[in-house]
Design a binder for this molecule. Structure first.
Ligand SMILES: [Zn+2]
Length: 482
C-alpha cells in the first residue's frame, strides 16, 4: 500500500529507530516505577523530547513526574498523552512463561504502560520530524500523565487549563491487537480515602474509655455492603483498608479505608460517593468518632470520538498486524496454557469497529480529556491475547520482541494519525463537530475540588524500599534517536 509522503517519512524514521524504541520500552520496563514516583521514566522521556527540540514544561499541575512538551505553533493543536506507571507486587522476569520475579515483592509492569511511553515518544519524534521536513502547520503537545493506576493526573491537567487550547487528543494504550472505539468506552471512578478519628485506650483494662476508629471503618463497610443490593447495575464500589490500628492492646484512634466508586456516568459515580459519605456519617455516629474524606481523584468515563476512531482505524488497517515469528507465537501459547486461558497464540488481525463500544467497568484518568476535546484511545499489540492485566503473566511479554514489534507498529499508527490531523485540518474541524453532537447537552465540569492537590506521597515509601534492589537491573544503555 502506498502511503502519503509525510507518513512514509515518519514510518521510515520509526523503522530506522526501531532498536532505540525497543530500548526505551525496555528501560521503562526495568524502572517499573509506581504512580507519582516515575522519576527515572519521566526523566528519560523528557530528555528525549528535549533532544528533539521540544519545549518541555516539567512538573505541570504540581506533578513532579508529569510534563507537557510542545513543538510547532498555531493551529490545529494536537495533543498526545499517556501513562507510564507500574503496579505493586508484580515484578516479573521478561520472556519466562512462569511466575518468576526480578526482585521478589517489588513493583513491576504487568499491563504494558512501559510500552505506552515508548509509543508516545517514538510517534511524537517521528511526527515532529515529518512536520519539519514537509512544513506541516500546527502545534504538537506531548503530555506525560503520572499515576494512571490510581486515576490521578489528567483530571488535574484538565482542571488547570492544560487542554484549553487543544483541538483533538490521541492516547495510546497497550492491548493485544490494533484497535480503537467510539462512544462510552470506560466508566467513571471516584477515588476517596475515608479516615476516622477516635481516641486510644488500653484495650484490655479500659476499653470503655476508647473511641474505636477501626469500628467505624468496619461499620462503614457493613453499610456499604447493604447499599450494594440497591445500587443500579452500572454502579460498583471496591475498597481496601489502608490503616486499621497498630496493636491489639491499643484501641485504634485512627483508621482509614480507601474506596473506588464506579458508575457508567460521572453523575452515577457521584451518587455512589454521596451515599458513601452518608454511610460514613452513620458509622461515625455509631462509634462516636469523626471522619474526613480525601478525594484523591475523580474521573469521567473515557469516551471515543467517532471521526477520530475512523481516522485511526484507517491508519492501522493500512499497516495491518505485525508479523509474528514461530518463537513469539510459541511463547504466547506457553503463557496462555500456564495462565489457564484459551490457547490461541498471538493476534494476526486488527479490530474492525462495527458500532459504539461496549462500555467497560474499568476506568482511566484520560476520561476527563475525552469530555473536554474529541479523543481517540488507540490500542496497539504489545501484549498477549486472553491474559488479564495486573497478573504476573501480563508482565512476561513486555520487554520481548513481541512488545517491541507492537510498539513500533503502535508508534506508526499514532504518528500517522497525528500527521493526518496536520495535513488535513478539515478532519479536525469534523471531529470537533461530531464531538459536540456526541456529547449533546452534557456540560463537562471537574469533579475535583478546586483546591485539591496531587498526592505527592503516594507510593513513595514502597518505591524507596524497592528501588535500591531494582536499580542493579536497570539497563546500561539509553536510547539515542537519529
Ligand atoms: Zn492501563
Amino acid at each position: 500500500m502506498a502511503f502519503p509522503i509525510e507518513k512514509a517519512f515518519a514510518f521510515d524514521f520509526i523503522d530506522r529507530n526501531a532498536a532505540e524504541i525497543a530500548l526505551l520500552n525496555d528501560n521503562i520496563f526495568y524502572f517499573a516505577e509506581l504512580g507519582m514516583q516515575e522519576f527515572e521514566t519521566a526523566g528519560l522521556m523528557t530528555e528525549l523530547l528535549e533532544q528533539a527540540c521540544f519545549t518541555v514544561h516539567r512538573g505541570i499541575s504540581g506533578f513532579p513526574t508529569g510534563f507537557c512538551a510542545t513543538w510547532g505553533s498555531g493551529s490545529p493543536v494536537v495533543a498526545v498523552h499517556t501513562e507510564y506507571d507500574a503496579n505493586p507486587d508484580n515484578s516479573q522476569q521478561s520472556g519466562v512463561a512462569q511466575a518468576v520475579a526480578i526482585v521478589e515483592g517489588a513493583p513491576g509492569h504487568c499491563e504494558g504502560h512501559n510500552c505506552n511511553g515508548a509509543v508516545m515518544i517514538a510517534a511524537a519524534l517521528a511526527a515532529k520530524a515529518a512536520m519539519v521536513k514537509f512544513g506541516l502547520q500546527g502545534t504538537l503537545k506531548v503530555f506525560g500523565a503520572p499515576a494512571e493506576e490510581q486515576l490521578i493526573s489528567r483530571p488535574y491537567f484538565v482542571r488547570d487549563g492544560w487542554f484549553d487550547d487543544v483541538d483533538v487528543a490521541l492516547t495510546p494504550h497497550v492491548g493485544h491487537q490494533h484497535g480503537v472505539g467510539y462512544g462510552l468506552i470506560q466508566s467513571s471512578i471516584i477515588s476517596a480515602i475515608f479516615t476516622f478519628h477516635g481516641e486510644t485506650a488500653h484495650a484490655g483494662t479500659a476499653p470503655w474509655k476508647g473511641r474505636d476508629a477501626l469500628d467505624a471503618v468496619i461499620l462503614m463497610d457493613v453499610g456499604m455492603a447493604e447499599y450494594r443490593e440497591h445500587m443500579m447495575p452500572t454502579m460498583q464500589c471496591q475498597r481496601v483498608i489502608t490503616h486499621g490500628g497498630n496493636q491489639p492492646n491499643v484501641i485504634p484512634k485512627m483508621a482509614s479505608v480507601w474506596w473506588y466508586f464506579r458508575g457508567s456516568s460521572a453523575e452515577l459515580a457521584m451518587q455512589v460517593y454521596e451515599r458513601a459519605k452518608k454511610i460514613a456519617e452513620g458509622a461515625a455516629l455509631m462509634t462516636n468518632t469523626t471522619f474526613d474524606v480525601d478525594l484523591q481523584s475523580a474521573v469521567w468515563p473515557v469516551r471515543g470520538n467517532q471521526t477520530l476512531a475512523e481516522l485511526v482505524q484507517a491508519e492501522y488497517e493500512g499497516l495491518g498486524a505485525p508479523d509474528w515469528t514461530a518463537e513469539e507465537d510459541a511463547l504466547a501459547r506457553a503463557l496462555q496454557a500456564k495462565a489457564g486461558v484459551k490457547v490461541e497464540g498471538l493476534s494476526h488481525s486488527t479490530l474492525k469497529v462495527k458500532g459504539p463500544a461496549a462500555q467497560k467497568t474499568a476506568g482511566n484518568d484520560a476520561g476527563d480529556v475525552s469530555w473536554k476535546v474529541p479523543m481517540a484511545k488507540i490500542y496497539f499489540p504489545s501484549n498477549i491475547p486472553n491474559i488479564s492485566f495486573h497478573h504476573w503473566a501480563a508482565g512476561v511479554a513486555l520487554a520481548t520482541s513481541i512488545a517491541h514489534k507492537g510498539v513500533v507498529s503502535g508508534a506508526k499508527v499514532l504518528a500517522a494519525s497525528i500527521i493526518e490531523c496536520f495535513r488535513n485540518p478539515q478532519v479536525v474541524a469534523e471531529a470537533k463537530a461530531t464531538f459536540r453532537a456526541e456529547i449533546e447537552d452534557t456540560a463537562y465540569f471537574s469533579m475535583l475540588p478546586p483546591d485539591q492537590k496531587p498526592p505527592l506521597e503516594l507510593n513513595r515509601a514502597m518505591m524507596e524500599r524497592y528501588r535500591p534492589l531494582m536499580r542493579p537491573h536497570y539497563l546500561k544503555d539509553r536510547p539515542k534517536f537519529s
